[in-house]
Design a protein around this ligand. Structure first.
Ligand code: HEM
Length: 441
């Protein structure tokens, strides 16, 4: 609520618009009474500019828009003229004046639209009725209080209470503070004045705006940079996808070609069991040898001996399987324990004479030997001895002349193989011993 004194001061200022405007130092006695005591020349010292009372004396009433300046200068719709904010000899005021220029232009710009905003209309209406309005219409003060602010620039950022460097509210003399309240509610150009007069606060505000502009520009350039990178990566991704797609189609073509070749070259392959098919049921004939089935790995490494040889070690994989036929298929592959280089290899079949425990062991070895061993299976032990041995014509000497083997499943569930042999130079002597651990069912 504006006190009567404040309203009176405003009314006086309003009336004073018809007369040449007084110089800042020649404010009305009432305004002079409101000025802070510390003012050097009784004029509008910076602290005094924070007082709405002083500002009111300079500019006239808030509702006095588009009034003509007494000096004949340009006056804003709100009654503000540039002269009001640029007292001679004040550097700060010049700076503030530039802000006012912005404020003015901003205000004009915002009021330029073809469809005027409601507050503007209301103000214009108020201006029109003011001179002839004595009782029924709103008076200058009343109208000012009811009118919403026409410019956000004139009110929000420039309130002393919101500016960190603005003079504290309790420093303002009481009448002036009341005037401030009155003028704030009017959203008059006085509000602009008030904030502009707190120069350091305005500077900080502008600085912060500058830094915002700068960081915004930086961010924009970073965003541009990132966009370029993203576009580049998208291009690369597209190229890679095309390559993958080409590769996929090539793989498909090769698979089709391979299938075609298989059909042409091996017409019978198409009838072979597929890998996903269930394993064949074991033929009952070979059931006494079922304990040998599986894939086995030497554990520990096999040990080799012979009178003519240095003892040696080896790794060996034994694979013993069936395909439903009355026999087992086997392959033994030995490797060097350090280099894993392939060494001795052999593969063949183990047959059982039906309804007996007689076993025939048929093997072909990479050393050029083919042999048949025969023997018996008893429980989980198979003992066999060479029945016939043949070799290639250029087989190395000394030639093996006799071979005996023993397979057994030990108490630990491991498979053991023991091999002895006789050569043209040595009698029957142990040559190999290896224990295998099962690695597949
Ligand atoms: C039943 C199967 C095998 C037979 C009949 C056989 C036979 C022979 C014979 C006749 C020799 C020559 C001995 C001499 O020079 O006095 C030999 C040597 C040798 N055997 Fe076997 N062997 C068999 C399995 C293996 C296995 C599984 C290994 C494991 C790596 C192996 C490793 C060797 C080695 C390292 C030598 C000495 C170097 C060589 O002559 O290559 N043998 N073997």
């Amino acid at each position: 609520m504006a006190k009567p004194e404040s309203r009176k001061a405003k009314r006086a200022a309003l009336q004073g618009k018809a007369t040449p405007r007084a110089a800042p130092g020649a404010a009305s006695p009432e305004q002079a009474r409101q000025a802070p005591e510390g003012s050097p020349d009784g004029g509008p010292a910076p602290a005094m500019f924070g007082s709405q009372g002083a500002a009111s004396a300079l500019t006239g009433d808030a509702g006095d828009e588009n009034a003509t300046s007494p000096a004949g200068g340009l006056v804003d719709k709100s009654g503000i003229s540039m002269d009001d904010f640029t007292p001679p000899g004040s550097g700060a005021c010049k700076f503030i004046g530039s802000l006012h220029s912005y404020s003015f232009s901003s205000k004009h710009t915002r009021e330029r639209p073809s469809v005027p905003r409601e507050p503007v209309d209301r103000k214009r209406l108020k201006r029109d009725v003011e001179p002839g309005c004595s009782g029924t219409g709103p008076g200058p003060d009343k109208g000012s209080v009811q009118s919403p602010p026409t410019s956000s620039l004139t009110a929000t950022p420039q309130k002393p209470s919101q500016s960190p460097s603005a003079p504290p509210a309790d420093v303002t003399p009481q009448p002036a503070a009341e005037a401030v309240q009155s003028e704030q509610s009017d959203a008059s150009p006085m509000s602009i004045n008030e904030v502009i007069l707190s120069a350091s606060g305005a500077c900080k505000l502008i600085d912060s705006l500058h830094s915002y502009c700068f960081s915004s520009r930086q961010s924009k350039s970073q965003v541009c940079c990132l966009r370029e990178q993203v576009e580049k990566k998208n291009g690369e991704l597209k190229a890679l996808r095309q390559r993958v797609s080409r590769s996929d189609s090539q793989v498909r073509q090769l698979q089709e070609k391979l299938a075609e070749l298989r059909r042409v070259s091996f017409p019978y392959l198409s009838s072979l069991p597929t890998p996903g098919r269930e394993p064949a049921r074991m033929n009952p004939v070979v059931e006494p040898l079922s304990w040998m089935l599986g894939t086995w790995l030497s554990d520990p490494p096999g040990a080799g001996t012979f009178p003519t040889l240095q003892p040696f070690q080896y790794l060996e994989e034994a694979h013993i399987s069936h395909v439903g036929q009355p026999m087992l298929n086997f392959s033994f592959s030995a490797f060097h324990p350090d280099t894993h280089k392939p060494m001795h290899r052999e593969c063949g079949f183990i047959r059982l004479q039906p309804d007996t425990n007689k076993v025939a062991f048929v093997s072909a070895q990479n050393t050029g030997i083919v042999e048949v061993e025969e023997g018996e299976v008893n429980g989980q032990e198979l003992c066999i001895a060479s029945h016939s041995i043949a070799r290639i014509s250029f087989a190395r000497e000394p030639h093996v002349e006799q071979i005996t083997r023993k397979f057994r499943l030990n108490s630990e569930g491991k498979l053991e193989q023991t091999v002895s042999m006789a050569t043209t130079t040595q009698p029957l002597t142990p040559h190999l011993h290896v224990t295998y651990k099962k690695v597949t069912p």
